[in-house]
Every structure is written in C-alpha cells, then in structure tokens.
Ligand binder design. Structure first.
Ligand code: TPP
Length: 323
C-alpha cells in the first residue's frame, strides 16, 4: 500500500493524542479532579485510528462506554472533550454527557454510551439513513468482545444483512468484558468474526495493535462495503492498558501482564518500529509530534479547569426537541 508522509503523520498524531489524553486523565482522576465514571482506551489506539483514518467527515461512527479514542480518531475537538469530561458547560455536550456520552454529530461521531451492545443497532439505523439518502456513506459500530455476546448485536447484524445496508461492525477484542476474560465468555472458539460470517456478511481479522495491519485490512473491507452497499465486520485483536474503569484494582489480571503488554503490544512502539514508518520518518520527527501533543493536552486541562461550570438553572435546557 502507498502511504503519504502527511497521512502517516496525522495517524501518529492521533494515536499519540489518544495515549497522552488517557494518561493525563489517569493522573487527574487520581487527584479527584474529575467527576463521574471513566473507562480508559489506552492500548487500543491503532484500532480506532486504523479504522477512522479511512473515513470522511460524513461517515458515521457509534462508540461504546470506552469512547475517548473513537472520538479523537474521528476528529473531535480535544479541548472540547476535556471540558466535557470536567463537567463544564463549555464541553462538547455542554457538560451533560461527561466521559461516557461524548458526541459530535457535526463530524459523524454519533455518540458514546454506557449500554453494552447498544452501538450496533444505532449504526444500523444510521446505515439505513445513508442508504435512503444514497450518499455513499457508511456507519460503523465499535463494540467490545463483551458486547459481541449481546442479543442487540446479533439482531443488528441480522437486520443489516437482511435489508442490505452499509453498516460495519468493528469488534475490538481486548480480551476482557469488565473482569471476565474472553475465554470464559465468548463461544465459537473465541472467533468473533465468524459470528458475523454466520449472518452472511464478509468478515476480516486484523492485529488491532498494529496500525498498518488494521488500516490495510480496513481498506479491503471498505472497498467491499462501498462498492456493494452490504454490511461487513472486522475483529481487531487489541489490548487495554488500564482497568475496566478508573479505580478497578484489576485482580483478575496475571501478575506482570500489563508490563508485558506495554512491552510487546504497544501500538505506538509497534508503529515506530515498523519499516514503513522508518522509511518516512526519523525518530526526532515523531518525538516532535509527542511534544506538540503534550503541549496541547496541558492547554486542554488548563482550559477545562477554568471553564464555566453548569448552573442549576440550565437543567431543563435541551430536554425537548422540536421538529
Ligand atoms: C446492557 C448492559 N449490560 C451490562 C453492563 C455493565 N457493563 C459495562 S461495561 C461491561 C463490559 C463490556 O465489555 P466489552 O464489550 O468487551 O468492552 P470493553 O469494556 O472491553 O471495552 C459491562 C458488562 C452495561 N453497561 N450494559
């Protein structure tokens, strides 16, 4: 596959932004600065970015409870996200959503949400709209290995196959559903992609810690979906570096497991070590991106701390919509 320097730099910047955004949240949450419940995405950067780098602004994605990475990969404003997570009225959703409900429909990010398995039916709805409008857009549902066991996900895959809409089911298998390992919870010989195949759609598998593998596999998948308007699925083998939620003591993980994953399965290290990356960049150029991102995250936290908090008088705003 041909890669442009600009495209690769943008992909690296987005992955580095997700990583640093998450690491900073991990620190700020420990200080008690942030209200609400937070699920960190760090470790899964190559999955979100490898998928979303192919998308236009009007292609749509639906996220999960672990949504920050999907938001950043789709192009959400990072400062607006930070303000949202800090509960500010200046946040992307006026501070009403917090970490778990960030959305920006103006760029096709239809929202994160806390109901496991809710994303797939929403994406099918969005894909029906794309088909009705005939605009050639696709709708992607990100789901975890836990969500792949939900009835809603099966119903959505069946409907997408029957009514033939451009819905894409991205299963990010980070091997845990809360505290339960996939080997206890996922049947079909742990093969999630084969479930999609059973509904009659094409499915792919890729290493979700490797940007290039994910990106190239998604290129083939999207060629198929955009040329046929049919649904498809992909299973990405990935890892999460933090607990299920912030504060999770992670007693279900083997001793040293996360250290090993950070050593062997770190999406940013794998990207830097790739011969394709090394053909295009020296490490100084990528270090410079890391420094720019660090400054951006510092500024976002600073702005979020100072941003206006909601007032009780705002509570009834946006409750009703008029058509
Ligand atoms: C319908 C529903 N059932 C259960 C829960 C509780 N819950 C929250 S996250 C989660 C696990 C999700 O695992 P997975 O889909 O693999 O996503 P991951 O957390 O690994 O990103 C569960 C069971 C929920 N929020 N919604």
């Amino acid at each position: 596959m041909q890669y442009s320097q600009d495209g690769l730099l943008r992909a690296y910047r987005r992955m580095a932004t997700i990583r640093q955004f998450e690491e900073r949240l991990h620190e700020e949450i420990a200080k008690g600065e942030i209200p609400g419940f937070t699920h960190l995405y760090a470790g899964q950067e190559a999955a979100a970015v490898g998928v979303c780098e192919h998308l236009d602004k009007d292609d749509m994605i639906v996220s999960t409870h672990r949504g920050h990475g999907h938001c950043i990969a789709k192009g959400c404003d990072v400062s607006g996200m930070m303000k949202e997570i800090y509960g500010s009225r200046e946040g992307l959703c006026k501070g009403r959503g917090g970490s778990m409900h960030i959305a920006d429909t103006s760029i096709g990010m239809l929202g994160a949400n806390g109901i496991v398995g809710a994303g797939a039916p929403q994406a099918v709805g969005a894909a029906i709209a794309a088909k009705a409008k005939g605009n050639g857009k696709v709708a992607i549902a990100f789901s975890g290995d836990g969500a792949c066991n939900q009835g809603t996900t099966f119903e959505a895959m069946n409907m997408a196959a029957v009514i033939k809409v451009p819905a894409i089911f991205v299963f990010e298998n980070n091997h845990y559903s809360e505290h339960t390992g996939d080997r206890y919870a996922v049947g079909t010989a742990l093969d999630i992609a084969s479930r999609a195949e059973a509904f009659g759609m094409k499915a792919w598998r890729a290493n979700g810690c490797d940007f290039y593998d994910t990106f190239e596999t998604m290129a083939a998948l999207l060629d198929h979906v955009r040329s046929t308007n049919l649904p498809a699925a992909i299973e990405l083998d990935t890892e999460r570096f933090y607990g299920h939620f912030e504060g999770d003591p992670q007693r279900y993980r083997a001793k040293g497991e996360v250290d090993r994953l950070r050593e062997e399965r770190d999406a940013l290290k794998i990207f830097r070590a790739s011969p394709v990356t090394q053909q295009h960049f020296g490490s100084a150029e990528l270090d410079a991106v890391d420094a720019e991102v660090a400054a951006q995250i510092d500024a976002a936290v600073d702005a979020a701390r100072k941003a206006e908090r909601p007032d009780p008088s705002h509570v009834t705003e946006d409750v009703y919509a008029e058509y």
